[in-house]
Design a protein around this ligand. Structure first.
Ligand SMILES: [Zn+2]
Length: 356
C-alpha cells in the first residue's frame, strides 16, 4: 500500500468534527468513470496532479462540501496507485448516508470504466492492504468489513450498489475480499513476533597489567622478553611456552624487589599451557615488564539500543515510515508497540523509535 495523507480540512464533514468509536469498515467505489485521485483529493501535493476543474472535495465552497469519506484509492498523476487518507480515521465520515457513519470508516475506490482488469487488480490489492492496516489499528477482523450495498441490506446505508456492481466483473466479491484480509491478518501475526530484542554484544578482553602482581597470579612471558631481569641471564624459548604462578613481589621486609632498577616478582610453579597441569617451578626473579597476567578477564557488556530514532516529517504516516525504515508498511504495528502509541496519530517533529 502506498498510503499518503491529505486531510480535507475545508470539507464540511471535517469541520463538523465529530468522533466515532470505530467498529467496522465500509468499502465504496465512486460510481463515476474517473480513476484519478486529483478528482477528489486536493490541492496538488506534487503527486496528485492539478485538478483543473477545481472541484476536488477540499475546495472551499460556502459551508464546504457535504460529503466525505476517510480515504480514496486511485491513480496519482504518474499513473501509479496510491491511498490518500482524507479524514482522521476516528472522525465521523459522511459516506454511508445512514447509521454506518456512526461506526464505520469509509473509503472510496475510484472507478474507471470497470473493464480494465489491471487497474482493478491493483486497487483491489490496495484496498485489501488498507483494510489490513485499519483492522490492526482498531482491533477489527475481516468480518467487520462490508461494502456499501451490504450496508444497505443491513439497513445502515443508502441504496447504492457499490462495490458489488464492479468486483464480480473481475472474479471477486466481498467474500473473496474479506478472505484475503483475513489471510493477511493471520500471516502477519505470525511474523510479527520477530520484533525488538536488544542486541547484546559481549566483548572479552584479557587485561594486561604490568605494574603489580599478586601472589598466585598466573603470568606468561611476553614474546619480546629477552632476559629475566636486567641482571640475570637470557630467557630460553621453552620458558615462554608455559605459565607461571607468582610467589611474591616483595622482600620479607615488605619492600618491592628491584633488580637493575626494574621491579621484579618471584615466579614459582609452572603451569603447562597445553594440559593446564602444574609442574615444577623456576624460582626466579623476573622484571614485571616482561610479564603479562593471564586467565583473568574482564567482560564488558555493551547493550546496543534495539531502535533508532526517527523524527516525523509533515504528512508522514506510520505506514510510510514503516515502509521506508522497515521495508514493509505492514510492520507499522512494530512502531506502534515500541512507542506505546494509542492510535496512528503522529505529529510533525515527533521522535519515534524505529526497531532495528
Ligand atoms: Zn458508496
Amino acid at each position: 500500500m502506498e498510503l499518503k495523507k491529505q486531510i480535507l480540512t475545508n470539507n464540511a464533514c471535517y469541520k463538523a468534527n465529530q468522533k466515532i468509536k470505530v467498529k467496522g469498515i465500509m468499502v465504496h467505489s465512486t460510481g463515476a468513470n474517473n480513476p484519478w485521485l486529483k478528482r477528489y483529493v486536493g490541492p496538488d501535493d506534487g503527486y496528485l496532479g492539478v485538478n483543473t476543474y477545481g472541484n476536488h472535495w477540499n475546495t472551499y465552497t460556502p459551508g464546504g462540501r457535504q460529503i466525505c469519506c476517510h480515504a480514496f484509492i486511485g491513480k496519482l498523476k504518474d499513473g501509479s496507485i496510491a491511498t490518500y487518507q482524507t479524514l482522521p480515521w476516528d472522525h465521523r465520515g459522511w459516506h454511508a448516508g445512514g447509521a454506518a457513519n456512526n461506526t464505520h470508516i469509509g473509503f472510496e475506490i475510484c472507478e474507471d470504466g470497470l473493464t480494465d482488469k489491471t487497474y482493478f487488480n491493483k486497487v483491489y490489492k490496495e484496498a485489501v492492504e488498507l483494510c489490513v492496516y485499519l483492522c490492526k489499528l482498531y482491533g477489527l477482523t475481516a468480518d467487520n468489513i462490508i461494502c456499501h450495498s451490504e450496508g444497505y441490506k443491513k439497513g445502515i446505508a443508502t441504496n447504492h450498489g457499490d462495490v458489488m456492481h464492479w468486483f464480480p466483473k473481475h472474479g471477486k466479491s466481498m467474500d473473496t475480499f474479506r478472505a484475503e484480509v483475513k489471510k493477511a491478518l493471520e500471516g502477519n501475526s505470525k511474523t510479527e513476533t520477530t520484533t525488538t530484542k536488544p542486541t547484546t554484544t559481549t566483548t572479552t578482553t584479557t587485561t594486561s597489567k604490568t605494574t603489580t602482581f599478586k601472589e598466585k597470579d598466573k603470568v606468561e612471558f611476553k614474546a619480546s622478553a629477552t632476559k629475566y631481569n636486567p641482571s640475570s641471564s637470557t630467557i630460553p624459548d621453552w620458558v615462554k611456552e608455559d605459565y607461571y604462578h607468582v610467589v611474591t613481589q616483595t622482600k620479607s621486609n615488605g619492600k618491592a624487589v628491584k633488580k637493575g632498577g626494574k621491579t621484579c616478582v618471584l615466579l614459582g610453579e609452572k603451569v603447562n599451557k597445553k594440559t593446564g597441569k602444574t609442574e615444577d617451578g623456576i624460582n626466579t626473579w623476573v622484571a614485571i615488564e616482561n610479564l603479562t597476567l593471564v586467565g583473568k578477564t574482564t567482560t564488558t557488556t555493551t547493550t546496543t539500543p534495539a531502535y533508532t530514532t526517527y523524527t516525523v516529517k509533515e504528512n508522514d504516516t506510520l505506514w510510510d515510515i514503516a515502509k521506508a525504515k522497515l521495508g514493509s508498511g505492514l510492520r507499522y504495528t512494530e512502531i506502534v508497540k515500541l512507542n506505546n502509541l494509542k492510535n496512528d496519530t503522529i505529529y510533525e517533529g515527533q521522535k519515534l523509535k524505529i526497531p532495528n
